[in-house]
Write a protein that binds this ligand. Sequence first.
Ligand SMILES: [Zn+2]
Length: 121
Amino acid sequence: MHELSLACSIQEIVEQEIGRRCGGKLRGRVPSLTVRVGSMSGVEPEALSFAWDVTREQGPFPEAHLEIEKIPARALCNRCSRAFLLEESNGECPSCGVCPFRIVEGRELEVRRIVWEDDES
Ligand SMILES: [Zn+2]
């Protein structure tokens, strides 16, 4: 399952980031983290959420709740420069019809924010 290895990668990012923040040894709590998932990233948010719940149990921050920010695919028409949501179109520019466009948003897959509570402060 694709999302399971992804959840493991997110776990690694969290550990690296928290390790950096506390200068080495992991401590504190991570109540939540936010991941941006584009609709064209090939990741199923529900599957990722499920995979995360499995993964976090084995990590140093089992309480970490994964918030998923869904990013709709946004396209920009090459001819008239109109920006539009791909989901709301028929796969073509709503202004000038059949014309090439490029995807400018919606392929994201990134850890946006990690909330960390230091228990030593
Ligand atoms: Zn157009």
